[in-house]
Ligand binder design. Structure first.
Ligand code: F6R
Length: 242
């Protein structure tokens, strides 16, 4: 794993945006794997600003998101599709039909998972996957205990994850109990991975990841099995590194 230490959230976001912009310039039809949540918001802001100021084009780019809540549709303000449209796609020249998020309203969720795996293959695989990390070491919604061999699948969200995400919902009870997520195996098939971490509440997760013990009890540790991972973390997220 390659580690880039940044002073703060803004610098972390800028470094990550620079990597994505470079990828899109080198391969205009790149397949980008994207994440939601608080950590990556700054990256999306930087990408939007760069598109506006320098005209980097996403006309040929394809995107696949990591995950989506089961039961929330594109119009639901807490769905990840809504988040992506709002925070990124509306600010770029990417055709919306080239952006993909698992369908949390699919009638047959297992079939939706298989469709999503096929879709990623048909796109030619993910060139660059952007990741955040959960306090319990989750990547995507792969909670502790998920086999490293897992493809896209339906997950029951861990209580800690539901609590962490409750800040976006009226109450804890409104947080969906299930989600569709790319599996660990799906994530590991990406050609390059960039994981971001910011703030003290991620310090333990980053310390444990960098310790290097590889175990499904700590999903992010699977990244040690990948040849091209860059971790971009700010000082606060690295505060527990000896
Ligand atoms: C989001 C995702 C999650 C988040 C993680 C960190 O698509 O897959 O793994 O990256 O929960 O979330 P934040 O950035 O909100 O702390």
């Amino acid at each position: 794993l390659q580690l880039l230490e940044t002073a703060d959230y803004t610098e972390m976001s800028r470094r990550a945006a620079d990597i994505i912009i470079k990828q899109v310039k080198e391969k205009p039809n790149a397949v980008l794997g994207l994440a939601t949540g608080s950590t990556v918001l700054g990256v999306y802001r930087q990408l939007a600003a760069d598109h506006r100021q320098h005209g980097t084009s996403y006309r040929l780019v394809r995107t696949v998101n990591l995950d989506e809540y089961v039961g929330l549709g594109p119009d639901h303000p807490n769905s990840y599709r809504y988040y992506m449209n709002q925070h990124l796609f509306a600010h770029l020249d990417i055709p919306l039909h080239e952006t993909h998020v698992p369908d949390g309203l699919a009638a047959d969720l297992d079939e939706e998972c298989r469709r999503y795996e096929r879709l990623i293959d048909e796109l030619g695989g993910i060139d660059l996957q952007l990741l955040g990390i959960g306090r319990n070491g989750h990547i995507g919604f792969n909670e502790p205990g998920t086999p490293f061999s897992s493809p896209t699948h339906v997950v029951k969200l861990a209580p800690l994850t539901r609590e962490a995400n409750a800040r976006f919902f009226p109450s804890l009870d409104d947080v969906p109990r299930y989600a569709i997520t790319m599996g660990i195996a799906t994530i590991l098939r990406s050609r390059r991975i960039v994981l971001l971490a910011s703030g003290e509440e991620k310090a333990e997760a980053i310390a444990r990841l960098l310790e290097g013990v590889v175990t499904p009890d700590w999903p992010a540790s699977a990244l040690h099995l990948h040849p091209d991972v860059t971790i971009i973390a700010d000082c606060a997220a690295l505060s527990l590194i000896p």
